[in-house]
Design a protein around this ligand. Sequence first.
Ligand code: SF4
Ligand code: FE
Length: 487
Amino acid sequence: MMTREEYIESLRKMKLNVYLFGEKIENPVDHPIIRPSLNSLAMTYELAQMEEYKDIMTVKSNLTGKTINRFCHLHQSTEDLINKVKMQRLCGQKTAACFQRCVGMDAFNAIYSTTYEMDQKYGTVYHKRFVEYMKYVQDNDLTVDGAMTDPKGDRGLSPSKQADPDMYLHIVEIRPDGIVVKGAKAHQTGAVNSHEHLIMPTQSMKEEDKAYAVSFAIPSDAEGITMIYGRQSCDTRKMERLHDIDLGNSQFGGHEALVIFDNVFIPNDRVFMCEEYDFAGMMVERFAGYHRQSYGGCKVGVGDVLIGAAAVAAEYNGAAKASHIKDKLIEMNHLNETLYACGIACSCEGQKTAAGNYQIDLLLANVCKQNVTRYPYEIARLAEDIAGGLMVTMPSEEDLRSKEIGHYVEKYFKGVNNVATENRMRILRLIENLTLGTAAVGYRTESMHGAGSPQAQRIMISRQCDMESKKKLAKSIAHIDETKNIQ
Ligand code: SF4
Ligand code: FE
């Protein structure tokens, strides 16, 4: 396994083609806007080296027998699935941000089981190739961007009916030695901090869309790949002279990027689906299921930090003993633990796939993510309620440090007497960061749209909830005899 430093150095060696604010970034690793997201990802390496977290962060590989980072693991039991969620909660607590490495882990597990079933049906060799790829990933402790979402263009049209064929990533050429692909993946979490991109189709496909049924892996610095970094609310604060207080969380963050594939060649040994359109839906459903489970861990860990911040803010404001504040904090915990309960439940009810790795319970994972589209918003609302309006009206760190007016800031923004004004500002800025600033991407809007928008979960819930058996239960209890119905 790599240390934190080795991971950062391994990325520094890559020749990534990254753009931010219209300019090519020669050194993404040390860029002040990008670096906090790299620090979050590096935490997944750092924690794995620590004795106290080794049971949660590391595991024995079923492929090689070696000890690996759990983020590279193919889950072998329901216990593994539970430990995955615990690991994500821990990483969320340590970074208060998206630590980005889960998309790769979720893609590994979805592609591993789907390729096995594809080979069973078609006699292809995708699973064998993927196992070799997984050994390479595990042995080198790589971070992989599991990439699903296409730009999609007109949502009312299928991939092959789009005015621009590149709105969904597709195969443009099949050669004896590999394939050439064109298109893009949008909202790619951690793309710039990843060694590899691992591509999956974005939705189920029909025969006419078979050129879009494609899965493959490619190094992030391969010829033809361009990444355009997504901007976040308050991101340019990171460029200011004094930004430690004003960022709220100056060390950690997350990121997303648009990843463009302009006629990229993929060698055969990295191709895991090539036109088998009838398996696109299975791959999507499994990846989405795992990633919806993931949110029952990561968002809960970040929620722990936000709840703690609200409690500290209440103390610093002198309001901690008010019964309504205590009750709001209880409510925040209740909501947060409900999300965790869903993440754990879908793991406990997991099942072995034909390939041998474990899949979460799809219904419960979708219920988990559906709750995540709501509860973090309510937790954020309560945190803002407790924090008070000062969170969004207080002056900057520059003002606090100013020789002329700093003493006014010190004096008038003091809460309880024994707490330094600076500390009160720090905790309020952390709440601002999580609810409105750079981390709000990960905690709020990503809670809504990440791992699929709310409607995607509702469709899965309707498919998985077995309504017919529930109707039968009701009819039986009510002694309904349907032969009495008018025929
Ligand atoms: Fe991991 Fe959560 Fe970020 Fe997804 S949103 S990559 S599950 S931390
Ligand atoms: Fe996500």
